[in-house]
Design a protein around this ligand. Structure first.
Ligand code: F6R
Length: 241
């Protein structure tokens, strides 16, 4: 694992933006895995700015998001589809057909999971997968205890994860209890992984990711076994390493 230490959130976002821009421009049809949450917001803002300055085009980029809440329509302000549209897609030249998220509202969630896997396979897998880190070690919505062999699947969200995400909703009762997420094995098939971590609240999780044993109790620990992982973290996040 390569660890890049930066000063703060701003620097993390700018460095991630530069790295991703280079990856996009190296390839003819780059396939990029995307994440939601607070961590990548600065990165998305920076990518938009690069697009607006004509330094970067997303015309040939294909994206796959990690996850989506079950039960939220695409136009629900708390859905990840809505988040992606507001924070990135509507500001850039990506084609709608190229920007994929699992569908959280569907008659058959199992088929949705299988279809998502097929889409990723048909795209010849993800070139660079962007990840955030949950304080409990989750990646995507793969909570502690998820099998390392898991593929895209439906999960019951941990109470801690629902509480952490309640800040985006009116109350915790509105936070969905289920989500669809790429599985750990799906994530591990990405050719490269870029994990972003910022802030003191993630410092224990980062220390465990880097120094703890590889165990399904702490999903992110599996990244130790991927041969192309870059961890881009700020000083606060690395304060316990
Ligand atoms: C989001 C995702 C989650 C987040 C993680 C960190 O698509 O899959 O694993 O990356 O919960 O969230 P933030 O960035 O809000 O701290």
């Amino acid at each position: 694992m390569e660890i890049i230490k930066v000063k703060d959130y701003q620097q993390m976002s700018e460095k991630a933006c530069q790295l991703l821009k280079d990856k996009i421009q190296e390839r003819e049809q780059p396939v990029i895995g995307l994440a939601t949450g607070s961590t990548p917001e600065g990165l998305y803002q920076c990518l938009i700015e690069k697009y607006k300055r004509n330094e970067l085009s997303f015309k040939d980029v294909v994206t796959f998001n990690l996850d989506e809440y079950v039960g939220l329509e695409k136009d629900d302000p708390n859905s990840y589809a809505y988040y992606m549209n507001e924070k990135l897609f509507k500001h850039i030249d990506i084609s709608k057909e190229h920007a994929h998220l699992p569908g959280g509202v569907t008659t058959d969630l199992e088929i949705e999971c299988q279809d998502y896997e097929k889409l990723i396979r048909d795209a010849k897998h993800v070139d660079v997968q962007l990840l955030g880190l949950g304080v409990n070690g989750h990646i995507g919505f793969n909570e502690p205890g998820t099998a390392f062999t898991s593929r895209t699947h439906v999960v019951n969200l941990d109470e801690t994860t629902r509480q952490a995400n309640a800040r985006f909703f009116n109350s915790i009762d509105e936070v969905p209890t289920k989500a669809i997420t790429m599985g750990i094995d799906t994530i591990m098939e990405s050719k490269e992984i870029l994990l972003l971590v910022s802030g003191e609240s993630k410092s224990e999780a980062v220390a465990r990711l880097l120094q703890g044993k590889v165990s399904e109790d702490f999903p992110a620990s599996i990244l130790q076994e991927h041969n192309r992982v870059t961890i881009l973290a700020d000083e606060a996040a690395l304060s316990k390493v």
